[in-house]
Design a protein around this ligand. Structure first.
Ligand SMILES: [Zn+2]
Ligand SMILES: [Zn+2]
Length: 193
């Protein structure tokens, strides 16, 4: 609850005046009594003037009675609802604090994940590069292999068609029962020794 503008304490029996300001009934009464004017007074907070004399309704036509309002009116402040609202505000503040803490935790978690993701991306790039290099090497090796195969094939063709007349004839003469391949091996040994 707000404080009285005169005694600066929590309002006791609050009353309002036409300007809208609220004070304790007792404080406002003593302010009016201490004033110089018996018919009017000024708001202790904003200095706006207001009348304190009430016209005698007996001499005022009845149709105007509803327009005649007393300057000082009792104010009823719903204290329980204020305390309820204060409780709710406290609860919401606690919730906000908790949510802020959770947001901070999530931010930290996000930063960690982002860092790990960056490491994974880098590793993925490295592995892709390695695979590309291996594929390139593999292609080169295949080409080399094909070229070697064709040269071996050519050599084999050449060797199968080539017959050294003299040595072959001698080998075949010495071991006529040996198959051709063994004869060739034997010939090779003989040439080396
Ligand atoms: Zn007061
Ligand atoms: Zn005022």
């Amino acid at each position: 609850m707000s404080d009285c503008g005169i005694c600066l304490e929590p309002l006791k029996k609050p009353v309002s005046i036409p300007c809208g300001h609220i004070h304790c009934e007792k404080c406002l009464r003593s302010h009016i009594i201490n004033g110089k004017d018996a018919l009017a007074s000024t708001c202790p907070t904003c200095r706006q003037a207001f009348h304190i004399a009430t016209p005698d309704l007996a001499v005022v036509p009845e149709k105007y009675h509803k327009f005649i309002q007393p300057s000082i009116r009792q104010v009823y402040i719903d204290v329980p609802s204020i305390s309820k609202l204060t409780k709710e505000v406290g609860s919401l503040k606690t919730q906000i604090k908790e949510l802020k803490r959770k947001t901070k935790d999530l931010d930290t978690l996000c930063e960690t994940y982002e860092h790990q993701l960056a490491i994974c991306d880098q590793k993925e790039r490295d592995w892709k590069l390695k695979v590309e290099n291996l594929l390139f090497d593999n292609g080169e090796l295949r080409q080399e292999c094909e070229s070697l195969k064709s040269s071996i094939c050519m050599s084999q063709k050449f060797l199968s068609s080539w017959r050294p007349p003299f040595i072959y004839a001698v080998a075949m003469a010495r071991t006529p029962h040996l198959p051709q391949e063994v004869a060739w091996t034997w010939r090779g040994r003989r040439r080396l020794s």
